[in-house]
Design a protein around this ligand. Structure first.
Ligand SMILES: [Zn+2]
Length: 173
């Protein structure tokens, strides 16, 4: 596959000669400084991309996002139910066909609200873990109903639910 991004990339900034630099108007000089700045930023960005993996960058972003949140910022969007569920009244985001409670965090984009709640209640996630719900209410982000889970636990949960379903079906026959 030919890399179309490389083709579309802007041409490298052509450095002026010493004579050209001397003959520049203040506006041109400012433009020159900006071009050098842009180049430096591109170099830094490239270095950062090359020295870190996607997983590391994602983890760093999540860390930065969750650091921006406190209970004080979340509570206005939470409606407490008698059942013990905390309904999220803020934004939702559709991800992989599932609606997730979503909090915006300015320049960082956003993160799942239940993830933030789980971080605040239980601390940072253990390795290879993600946030899971222990209740069936859509949009519930109660701290007691959100836990850190992993693929193995989720598979076991689904298998148990499947077995229970079969057992209940047998009772009908
Ligand atoms: Zn709940």
């Amino acid at each position: 596959m030919h890399n179309s991004r490389q083709v579309a990339r802007k041409k490298k900034y052509k450095r002026p000669t010493r004579e050209q630099l001397k003959a520049m108007t203040p506006e041109e000089r400012l433009e020159h400084k900006r071009a050098l700045d842009r180049e430096r930023q591109q170099r830094m960005w490239k270095r950062r991309m090359e020295s870190s993996t996607v997983a590391e960058r994602r983890a760093a972003r999540k860390e930065a996002v969750t650091r921006a949140f406190t209970w004080k910022r979340l509570l206005p969007y939470i409606e407490r139910q008698e059942s013990g569920c905390w309904l999220w009244t803020g934004a939702f985001k559709l991800a992989n066909g599932v609606l997730r409670p979503w909090v915006q965090a300015g320049a960082f984009g956003g993160v799942r609200a239940d993830y933030v709640v789980c971080c605040l209640h239980r601390g940072r996630p253990p390795p290879y873990c993600f946030v899971a719900s222990t209740c069936a209410t859509l949009g519930c982000i109660a701290p007691e109903h959100t836990v850190w889970s992993n693929q193995a636990v989720e598979t076991a949960k689904r298998r148990r639910a499947h077995e229970q379903g079969e057992e209940l079906a047998r009772r009908v026959e």
